[in-house]
Every structure is written in C-alpha cells, then in structure tokens.
Design a protein around this ligand. Sequence first.
Ligand SMILES: Cc1cc2nc3c(=O)[nH]c(=O)nc-3n(C[C@H](O)[C@H](O)[C@H](O)COP(=O)(O)OP(=O)(O)OC[C@H]3O[C@@H](n4cnc5c(N)ncnc54)[C@H](O)[C@@H]3O)c2cc1C
Length: 447
Amino acid sequence: MTRRVAVIGGGLAGITAALRCADAGLDVTLLEARGHLGGLTHSFRRGELDVDNGQHVFLRCCTSYLDLLRRLRVMDKVHLQPRLAIPVRSPRLREPVWLRRNGLPAPLHLADSVLKYRPLPVADRLRFAGAALALRGVDRESAEADAQSFADWLGRHGQSEQAITKLWDLVGIATLNAHAAEASLSLAATVFQVGLLTDAGAADIGWAKVPLRELHGEPAKARLTEAGAQVLLGTKVSALSKEDGGWRVVAGETEFVAEAVVLAVPPDIAHRLLPDGSVNLPEGWADALGSSPIVNVHVVFDRPVLSEPFFAAVDSPVQWVFDRTRQSGVDGGQYVAVSMSAADDLIDVPVRRIRERILPALRQVLPSGARADVRDFFVTRERHATFRPAPGSAALRPGAATAAEGLVLAGAWTATGWPATMEGAVRSGDAAAKALLGAQNPNSKDM
Ligand SMILES: Cc1cc2nc3c(=O)[nH]c(=O)nc-3n(C[C@H](O)[C@H](O)[C@H](O)COP(=O)(O)OP(=O)(O)OC[C@H]3O[C@@H](n4cnc5c(N)ncnc54)[C@H](O)[C@@H]3O)c2cc1C
C-alpha cells in the first residue's frame, strides 16, 4: 500500500525530502505557506529587474546540493569555477590581490596565494600555515570544539586580529554567517576542513546564471508534479496532531491524515508545531538557537563598473560584491549586489542611512565605480537568514528522527554538522527521507 506523506515546508530541505519520498513511490503532499517553492532562496520582480532575495553561492564540495540540481535538471543554469579564484579588493590597493588555487594538493594549493596576500603583513602570512594545519586536526564532532569560539582558537594558534578579520573572516563570515568571535569552532572547522584543507578543488565557487526561482522553486514544482507529488502553495499548516493511523495536518480549509510527516519549516515554527516530548532538547531551544541576518544592498549603475563576476573586500564595510547584470535582465549599465552577512548592524537601518554608509565604501573598491551614476538603489533584508552558529549551538540542533513515530525533521538548522547553507538544507532533506524510508536507500543514484 502506498503510504501518504505530508512534507510541510517547501524550502530546499522540504523539496529534497519530497522528491526522495516521491521517487521511492510514496504518495507525497507538499504544503508550503508562501505562493512559491524555494524558501529562503527566492526571487521577485522590481519593475524590469529580476531580483534575488540574496546572493547565493555554493562550493564544489556541496555534493548533495549538486545532486539536487541534477535531479531538478538545472545544471546548465549554474556556473562552477574550473579553479578557485577570488579577487580581493581593498581601498588601500589599486589592483585586487587574488586568492587562487595552484595545481598542488590541499592544503598546499593555497600556499603561494597566502604568501602573496598583501592586505596582511608578511609575519601574519607566514603564521597562517600553522593554524591551517592545526585546524585540519580539530575533531569537529566533539562537544569541546563546539563549546569554543573560532576566534579564541585562532588567537591561541598565533593568528592576529587582522589575520582573523582580513583572511579567516573573509571566508568564514560568508559561509558561517558569523564573525569568528561569534562562531562555534566546530562549524568553522567543518567549513575549512571540507572546503579548503582537504581537497584542492572543494572550494571552487559556483553560482546561478538565472534568478533563484528559475533554479530551485519553479523546476522543483515541475519535477515534483512529474513524480506524482501534490504541491499545495499558499497553504500554511497551523496544527499537527497524532491520531490513529497517522498525523492530522490542518492548514486552513485543507485537512487530511498522513501516515508520516516531514516537518521542514524554520526552527521557531517547528518548535510550535512539534508535539510535546518529540525532541530531546532543552526548554526554549528554538529561541536559544536564534537567528542571524543577511542584508543585500543592490545598486544599478549607469555603466560597467566591474569586469569580474564577483570580488571580496577587506578594509571596508563592504564584504562580497557580485555582478547581477545577466541574472536580472538589466538593460544597459551594470547591476551589483553587495552581500552583507552577520548583518546585525544593518538589519534595522533605514535604506537612506545604508546608502550613506555603503555606497561611498563600494565606490572605493569598485575599479570604475567612482565615476558611474546610480540608476537604482535598494536593499533586501533577511532577518532570519540562518540559525546563529554560536558556540554551543550543536546541542540545540535535533537530528532527523524524533521520538514521535512517523514524524521526522528537516531544515538547514537541524543536526547536519554543516552551518545553515543550501548544502545543509539538502543534506537534512536526504536524512529525513532516509529516516522515513528506513534502511532502504531511495534512488540515491538518481539524484
Ligand atoms: C540572503 C541569504 C543569503 C544566503 N546565502 C547563501 C549562500 O550563499 N550559500 C548557501 O549555501 N546558503 C546561503 N543561504 C542559506 C540558505 O538559503 C538556507 O540555509 C536554505 O535555503 C534553507 O533551506 P530550508 O529548506 O532549510 O529552510 P527554508 O528555506 O526557510 O524553508 C522553510 C519553508 O517552510 C515554509 N513554512 C514556514 N512555516 C510554514 C507552515 N506553517 N506551513 C507550511 N510551510 C511553512 C517557509 O515559507 C519556507 O518556504 C542564504 C540565506 C539567505 C537568506
């Protein structure tokens, strides 16, 4: 008999779990509160522009995410660098310095770039290697590592304040959504071990050539429908209760009983919908896990200002800058998005003040930005972009299985071992489907 499964939440975690279950022959209903799939990865129209809610990138080591893109049949809609190359700009440098990998195996693949990294004094460049090697040895699954802050650990391994800000945070802030001082060593070790210190190609950077809705939300709806799943958009689940034979799912007028449920919603909503005693976490775990904001500053210039697809900035409030011209369909000029992670200092600031703060700083690091006029300027804010990857956060992240029979959890915030990323979301969806489907591994080769 086909089992009916309700997947609640249509972000990348819910999409993955729903596809896995549908591919395994289950009768899947996906319920999503908003009018589109894709969750925190979405796009909207602003006049003639296609705008993403925030720039998203992935790395070559995001293998589960890449599997999902293959399953969605959208690999032709992303670009993946053949070889890691990050231009780093500073108002103090006329030309960018490049963090590039050479042909050597990890961790030597970055050695010459770091040795030539002019934003840091030579002594700091030389001390980088010792900490990088020590970081390879951190047991990222230990509670001891999770209890420490990444910055404290770096300090104990000879890294100066500027080495932390201008080199470690350059990568860390964008992947962890936290400064090293506020990040768990365990999560930082995951990012650096998997991304930079083990496999030379792991950190090659990828990004979408189309708006995010064309990469995730729209193809997911099409693939799910083809696989026989029912997708209910604009359907917000308000209650979930156990009854004979399964779970009663209530979403406005929609009400049905499913034998199994994948709850793939943000932590505060999961906390509200989960029956008492279903997860073994301390009281108030969702509030304690918390969230961290990301702000994107979007600027359309009247002429080209940037020849590279992206760059990172140091000695500046600007963090990472991406060319969005092609994805947005902008007519003439150039559209850039400044992605600001761990943006607690910007999330509540009015657009006018953000413009006063960020635009002059952006002009300082854009090669020809000083002369260009601004045609459009706007800001997108995601207050709950990720969970806060603080020391101690591992103890607040539940696994996929719960104590409630037939109810499993998914979401980038669950215990994937990864920070809140697209890879983490997809891994959590895989884990949830696996937990439901038991030992039988559903079509893993197909995704
Ligand atoms: C601006 C920004 C930039 C980012 N940049 C990157 C990046 O560069 N690289 C990277 O890997 N990651 C990045 N991330 C993180 C990444 O987007 C997330 O980790 C991932 O998309 C989370 O997916 P999810 O499915 O776990 O959660 P969500 O996307 O939050 O999905 C949960 C879904 O549940 C729905 N829902 C909520 N309540 C209900 C309800 N009651 N009933 C039904 N549905 C409900 C929500 O509407 C939502 O669609 C970024 C995030 C943001 C916001």
